[in-house]
Design a protein around this ligand. Structure first.
Ligand SMILES: N[C@@H](CCC(=O)N[C@@H](CS)C(=O)NCC(=O)O)C(=O)O
Ligand code: FES
Length: 157
């Protein structure tokens, strides 16, 4: 979906030669900025599902250990598939660079909850360990609250 959306919105504009005045070597670098259209496509994508992951590969066959770790953590929380959407950035180089500019975060994977950037692998792992991830997923009704689940189980039995 997003891939074709991206193809339609291309090319991203390039603005060039910002001098790095802080560098002792004063190198000129090319900087790339997201077009408004590409930004709005990403904005739509991250809000279209409660949980959105930009990763390398897909949940069944991740192509990088960092992406794999994020998927495994989300699996531990039993995130239902319908609540989660993943995008394989290896299939779309524009998305791969665009998402980094969007979040101002330089790496993949990237996890979004309720349209907000949460973090990459390290942050998600820390949040998992501290219990914050569970709280966040519960807060946005991505997974049931433990208490709600216990009630549902009691009613079912
Ligand atoms: N410390 C990072 C690890 C992720 C990372 O370093 N990703 C690299 C290698 S997969 C990356 O995205 N590099 C840029 C790219 O491949 O586009 C995190 O917490 O997510
Ligand atoms: S693809 Fe090499 S570390 Fe992610």
């Amino acid at each position: 979906m997003l891939r074709s959306a991206f193809n339609r919105s291309l090319p991203l504009s390039w603005r060039t030669t910002l001098p790095l005045s802080r560098s002792p070597y004063a190198v000129n670098v090319a900087r790339r900025f997201l077009s408004d259209q590409a930004r709005s496509q990403i904005q739509k994508a991250v809000t279209a599902h409660p949980l959105v992951v930009f990763m390398k590969g897909n949940p069944k066959t991740p192509q990088c250990g960092f992406s794999r770790a994020v998927v495994q953590i989300l699996d531990l929380h039993q995130v239902p598939p319908e609540k989660m959407k993943t995008y394989d950035v290896l299939e779309d180089q524009e998305l791969r660079s665009g998402i980094k500019e969007f979040s101002e975060w330089p790496t993949i994977p990237q996890v979004y909850v309720a349209g907000e950037f949460v973090g990459g692998c390290d942050i998600v792992l820390k949040m998992h360990q501290s219990g914050e991830l569970e709280e966040l997923l519960e807060k946005h009704h991505i997974i049931p609250k433990v208490a709600d689940e216990a009630t549902a189980n009691a009613q079912a039995s």
